[in-house]
Design a protein around this ligand. Sequence first.
Ligand code: HAM
Length: 415
Amino acid sequence: MTITAIRGFNDILPGESALWRHIEDEAVKVFSACGFSEIRVPVADRTELFLRSIGETTDIVEKEMYTFTDRHGDSLTLRPEGTAPVVRAYVEHKLYTSPVTKLFYAGPMFRYERPQKGRYRQFYQIGAEVLGDESPRADAETIGMLVELFRRLDVSGITLHINSLGCAECRPGYKSRLKIFLQGVKERLCENCQRRMDANPLRALDCKSPKCIEATENAPRITEHLCQPCNVHFERVKHGLAGLNIAPNINPRMVRGLDYYSKTTFEITAEESLGSQNAIAAGGRYDGLVSDLGGPATPCFGFAIGMERLAIVIKDKGFQERPLAAFIALGAAAEKKGIELLKLWRGAGLRITEDFSEAPLKKRMKRVDQIGASFAVILGEDEIKEGVVSLKDLKTAEQEKVKWENVVQRVFKVK
Ligand code: HAM
């Protein structure tokens, strides 16, 4: 009997992984250029970290965490997201001695959700966090950096949704108003929202149940209950985005599924390629989290991109991996010369593998076609004498002689 992968946990196979590598490479380039440095945090942390940061009455904590007790009796959780572990590391290693710390990370996250297109139980995020910057310009510029990454990846047809969730000053007042409203429509809410209504009324606005969406249609809007500083902050974020030529959609219902947010929150959706799971990136400000986790008061802003969803969007628009060539040496002299030539071509950026089989040439051509090479680069005794290779385009079956120094250029010419 064969053993299959766990439901909701995916293998990323060659072809797909080339696109992932491309996304990650572009992200690292864009983020590094903006002054972010990489942080690598463990895939598991103490369960308490997620309870205290994400919030006990969120879906993630109530229903979705992979929590287990290790042999020592400690409760550990596979990270459902990256912000809490990054903040834990920031506090633990006292990174706050620098006025501003800009970090990025990439890796798998784990949530026990119902798997469907764009939603998995192990999924990958690339995230970025700015710790120590209270300026609304940090919000706008960080969103701008993300939009720039999407532009470089040729992602179009996306919408930026933004909201402000207020702060410790104005949110309690809003919550009370919302609670009163929810009391009035209680019977129309799903069981979950009825249960959480008192402890965490905002969750009702995030609930995906059609019943709750309808019942809360006329709920008070948080953007109409912001205090003066939150209002000014939100206006300046919008102004900053306008300066970057980014036109957001203001969505006062967007409360996000994690409790640590304050002020600005946002999501970027790509409706065309994705079904209901259409957020390809999301984030916001979390000014209280560092102090909640034992560090000094530190304003922060960040986001995470969902790799699988972004890959679906880019693949839909057509992504081509760099072409692969396959070298076929005919005879001992060609094998020897090949060592030198392969080094030269690989050094110049060509992806080229070598076929080591000793079968007749026709069979070898078939093999290299089957491994997915676009070109066969053949070297025999005649070619050595002339300083050329016979280069066969395996798609068109056209064959031509190409000088050794022109092979890379010739292969790259073909898309
Ligand atoms: P989040 O909205 O929970 O935020 O996740 C961010 C992104 O991860 C989503 O927009 C989506 O693209 C992807 N994602 C989430 N769950 C799944 C899943 N089950 N399968 C596939 N993709 C998924 C956070 O995680 C915050 N830590 C973001 C943040 C960073 N806020 C501030 N800093």
